[in-house]
Design a protein around this ligand. Structure first.
Ligand code: PFF
Length: 444
């Protein structure tokens, strides 16, 4: 355990890597379908509130644990709280990361299929995009092949090492994805009939609220920020001593939220504008569920010149955004096995990839299993993990460590008021809110 840990080389590199982990299918695929399911504007409002009040403080918290522990998600807790059971908080995260990979990889596989179909021109030749997506879901073999390929690709990048693999790819490609979303957003809101989609996004409709809306929002916030699964703890352990943890958490969270909202601006106006009967839109949006992105986006491209080219570009970038997220997820489990069981990194990656492949095969064949993994991780394990992390920093961890980490041993100015407020949020506000949301969402 006394090996010298690799650290991220540059400041931009660490923001890019953390943002690369956060920005992924969660923003562009999961957020719109959750927002549609949650009735639009109110869900989005709650989601943003969760990011501000729990997401950013908890991301900072994970960074603190990771950088002061300088080990994997479980090992960091162990170092900070030797002889206690707190290491199980880290381990819970590692298990969650593994389970998330079990369904996330399948969606990565769909992205690969859409890349191929865009390049071959087959996608734009289809009459009905919902039928095309339905056909893919009916074809487990195709899904499994793509899912396996994506798993191998991720493992390959992990083996290429932290700096080269993660940092380099994230630094270049994230801004490109952002730009293309911007172009698409403009195209979507300039479609005739898009206004209703914007209203759905930004005008609350109280009647359609479900009792699970809080749980859905917090689950989505944690999922999207990569919080509660040891990921930001593991990345925190690679941060340099002079990295500014507060600034990084705020920057990454804002960027992540921006991408999610931008994805909403791309998808909802297009979905409303391109479907003829407004009455059925909301129900079809909800029914669209996991397919929303894969149905609406090709439809949008269909109404643009050079549709196949756009579509190929979009799905390639989506695939890359997904890759920087799967890398971070797989890295969490791999580093744990490598450090705690003294496994060679190569063997650890192989083992994790094989496990993920098994889960992925079952998820490809059974939508119920897919949904169960999604539900259990996002709505049970992540909030639970978030709760424990806030309790750890709020109640257990020596405040001096929190202060030293947030101020880089006193070299950055941090007011005492800020630290007090921070501890107060993690001590009382976040735990009470998470427990409340949990009870309300599960039992009512
Ligand atoms: N945050 C990623 C996304 O929004 O797609 C998904 C993810 C990555 C979740 C890494 C968890 C994680 F540890």
């Amino acid at each position: 355990m006394n090996k010298i840990r690799i650290k991220f080389a540059s400041k931009l590199g660490l923001v890019a890597a953390a943002a690369g982990s956060a920005v992924g299918l969660g923003n562009i695929w999961r957020f719109p379908s959750q927002a549609a399911d949650g009735g639009g504007a109110l869900f989005i409002f709650l989601y943003i509130a969760c990011i501000l009040f729990f997401g950013i403080p908890l991301m900072m918290g994970e960074f603190i644990v990771g950088r002061s522990g300088r080990a994997n998600a479980s090992g960091s807790f162990q170092k900070l709280a030797p002889g206690t059971q707190w290491k199980w908080v880290g381990r819970l995260g590692i298990i969650t990361a593994f389970l998330i990979l079990g369904f996330y990889m399948v969606v990565c596989g769909w992205t690969m299929e859409y890349i191929m179909q865009s390049v071959s021109g087959q996608l734009m030749a289809t009459d009905s995009f919902s039928e095309a997506f339905g056909n893919l879901l009916q074809n487990p073999t195709r899904q499994v092949v793509w899912m396996l390929l994506f798993t191998i690709l991720t493992a390959f990048f992990i083996l290429a090492g932290v700096k080269k693999g993660i940092e380099q790819s994230a630094k270049i490609l994230m801004p490109v994805l952002f730009l293309i979303l911007l172009v698409l957003g403009i195209r979507s809101i300039t479609l005739p009939g898009s206004v209703e989609g914007l209203a759905f996004l930004f005008k609350p409709n109280i009647e359609s609220v479900k009792s699970t809306i809080f749980l859905d929002a917090i689950g989505q916030a944690f999922f999207s920020l990569s919080i509660g699964m040891g990921c930001m703890t593991t990345y925190g352990s690679y941060f340099r001593d002079d990295s500014n943890l507060r600034k990084t958490a705020v920057q990454v969270s804002l960027l992540d939220t921006l991408v999610a909202v931008l994805a909403g601006i791309v998808i909802f106006p297009a979905a409303f504008a391109l479907t003829q009967t407004p009455d059925t839109i909301v129900s079809s949006l909800v029914a669209g569920g996991p397919g929303l992105l894969f149905i609406t986006i090709p439809e949008l491209f269909h109404h643009m010149p050079f549709s196949s080219l756009w579509s190929a570009l979009f799905f390639v970038l989506l695939g890359i955004a997904a890759l920087t997220s799967t890398i971070s997820l797989m890295e969490v489990v791999t580093t744990f096995l490598h450090e705690e069981f003294d496994m060679l990194r190569r063997n650890a990656v192989t083992l994790v990839a094989m496990g993920v492949a098994v889960l992925g095969v079952v998820s490809s064949m059974s939508p119920q299993f897919f949904n169960m993994l999604d539900y259990t991780t996002a709505k049970i394990l992540l909030p639970l993990s978030g709760l424990f992390i806030s309790l750890f920093i709020g109640w257990y961890l020596d405040k001096k460590i929190t202060f030293a980490q947030l101020s880089n041993e006193g070299t950055l100015s941090v007011s005492v008021r800020f630290i007090k407020l921070y501890i107060f949020i993690l001590r009382y506000v976040a735990p009470v809110a998470i427990v409340g949301i949990f009870i309300y969402g599960i039992f009512f």
